[in-house]
Ligand binder design. Structure first.
Ligand code: PNS
Length: 157
């Protein structure tokens, strides 16, 4: 059984995340979305809200589950019986950032390989931090996030 973890902060979930999740779901027997409990950072959405939104967005996929994790990603991967970490690459800068992380994770857990999926070009400009900044200053983010995320963002105003 091929089990993969798709980790992230998901604050908020973007259309780019959702596209990667959907494509990843077709590649593995189980895909666990690991939502990082980011102690020290004040998130836009609480961990419960992020799990709630991700669960609603992936309800149609029986092979997907949404869980939270703290501490090292490799420990979560091992505890879940996964052998793959799935990450998206939007830009060459993403690759520069992700490669040493993947290598460090491999050093820590040789039973987990990182697999990169190229982000679909229509989503390659979207990031959670960008969405937050655009939203904060009143810009239009409707095309960047799933509908339920957009509605929750509007409610925050
Ligand atoms: O969505 P993000 O913020 O880009 O996700 C980053 C994430 C959660 C994948 C990364 O920060 C992570 O794995 N954090 C857990 C702590 C850890 O394992 N750090 C060591 C990596 S070398």
């Amino acid at each position: 059984m091929r089990v993969a973890v798709f980790p992230g902060s998901f604050d908020p979930v973007t259309n780019g995340h959702l596209d990667l999740i959907r494509r990843g779901a077709g590649m593995f027997d189980r895909l666990i979305i690991g939502v990082l409990v980011n102690i020290g950072k004040t998130p836009l959405f609480s961990i419960e809200e992020r799990v709630d939104m991700l669960s609603a967005l992936t309800r149609e996929f029986p092979q997907i589950s949404v869980k939270t994790f703290e501490g090292l990603l490799v420990d979560f991967v091992e505890a879940e019986g996964a052998t793959v970490v799935l990450r998206g690459l939007r830009t060459p800068q993403d690759f520069s950032y992700e490669l040493p992380l993947a290598q460090a994770n491999y050093k820590l857990n040789k039973h987990a390989d990182t697999i990169f999926l190229a982000t679909a070009p229509e989503y390659s400009y979207i990031s959670s931090s960008g969405v937050k900044e655009i939203f904060r200053f009143g810009g239009e983010i409707r095309e960047m996030v799933p509908g339920i995320v957009y509605e929750r963002l509007i409610r925050l105003k």
